[in-house]
Write a protein that binds this ligand. Structure first.
Ligand code: GRF
Length: 217
C-alpha cells in the first residue's frame, strides 16, 4: 500500500502581486478539515500585498529578487533551497511572475501547481485575459496545472470557463476570471493535499504514485 499523504500537507505559496489567490488559500486553511498548513509564502519582490497578507496571518515570508543573483540559474538554485528548507509536500505558484527553472523542478517537479487566467492551451504567458479579448473568444477561463519546463504547458488539474462579456476590458475580464480561479484553486489544492496525486502521462490522478510490483516477488 502506498503511504497515506501527510496531513495537513505542508504548503509553500509563491506570489508576485496582490495575493487574492493566496488569501483564498489562507482562508480555506483556517479549517482543519481542509488539510493544508501554509508554512511559508515567498516572493520575487518586496512591498506587495501578497506578502502583507501572509504577515497579517503570522505566516513566515521570504523574498528572493533575481537582481540579487549573478544569473537566473543561481536564483533558481537559491529558490529551490529556500523552499526546500520548509519541507513542503506541495508548492503553489499563485500569481508568481517568474518561471521556475531546472534546479527548482528537480526538487519540486510533479508537486508544484500554478494557476493561469486562460483556458490552456490557449493564450499562455503573461497576458492571458488581454490575449483572449484581442482574439475575440466568447469563453475563456482559468487553468490549474502541474508546473513543467514550459510556459503554462503542464498537465492540467482543473479548468473553469468564464464568459467574455460585450463590454469587458482587460481588467473587468481578469477580475471575473479571478473569482472563478480562486474557487477552483481552493477546491483542488485541498483535494490534492488530502488525497495526494500522481501523473500518468498528462493525466493528473488522485492517490500516491502506484508502486510497481516486482514480478519476481
Ligand atoms: C491570477 O489571475 C493568476 O492566474 C495570474 O495573476 C493573477 C494573480 O492574482 N498569474 P492574485 O495576486 O492572486 O490576486
Amino acid at each position: 500500500m502506498p503511504p497515506a499523504p501527510r496531513t495537513p500537507a505542508r504548503l509553500v505559496v509563491l506570489v508576485s502581486g496582490s495575493g487574492t489567490n493566496l488569501q483564498a488559500l489562507i482562508d480555506a486553511s483556517a479549517t482543519a478539515d481542509y488539510g493544508v498548513d501554509i508554512v511559508a509564502v515567498g516572493a520575487d519582490r518586496d512591498g506587495i500585498e501578497g506578502l502583507a497578507r501572509a504577515e497579517r496571518h503570522g505566516i513566515e515570508t521570504f523574498v528572493l529578487r533575481t537582481a540579487e543573483f549573478d544569473d537566473r540559474a543561481a536564483w533558481d538554485i537559491a529558490l529551490a533551497e529556500k523552499v526546500a528548507s520548509y519541507d513542503p509536500g506541495l508548492v503553489v505558484l499563485a500569481g508568481f511572475m517568474k518561471l521556475t527553472g531546472p534546479a527548482f523542478l528537480a526538487l519540486f517537479g510533479g508537486r508544484t501547481l500554478n494557476t493561469h487566467p486562460a483556458l490552456s492551451p490557449a493564450f499562455p504567458g503573461m497576458h492571458g485575459p488581454r490575449d483572449a479579448l484581442a482574439y475575440g473568444v466568447k469563453i475563456t477561463g482559468a487553468t490549474l496545472f502541474v508546473v513543467d519546463e514550459g510556459v503554462d504547458t503542464g498537465p492540467i488539474v482543473a479548468q473553469v470557463p468564464v464568459p467574455v462579456l460585450e463590454d469587458d476590458d482587460e481588467s473587468s475580464l481578469h477580475e471575473r476570471i479571478k473569482t472563478s480561479e480562486r474557487a477552483m484553486l481552493v477546491e483542488w489544492v485541498g483535494t490534492l493535499a488530502r488525497h495526494d496525486f500522481h501523473l500518468d502521462d498528462r493525466a493528473v490522478r488522485l492517490g500516491a504514485t502506484p508502486t510497481t510490483k516486482d514480478p519476481h516477488d
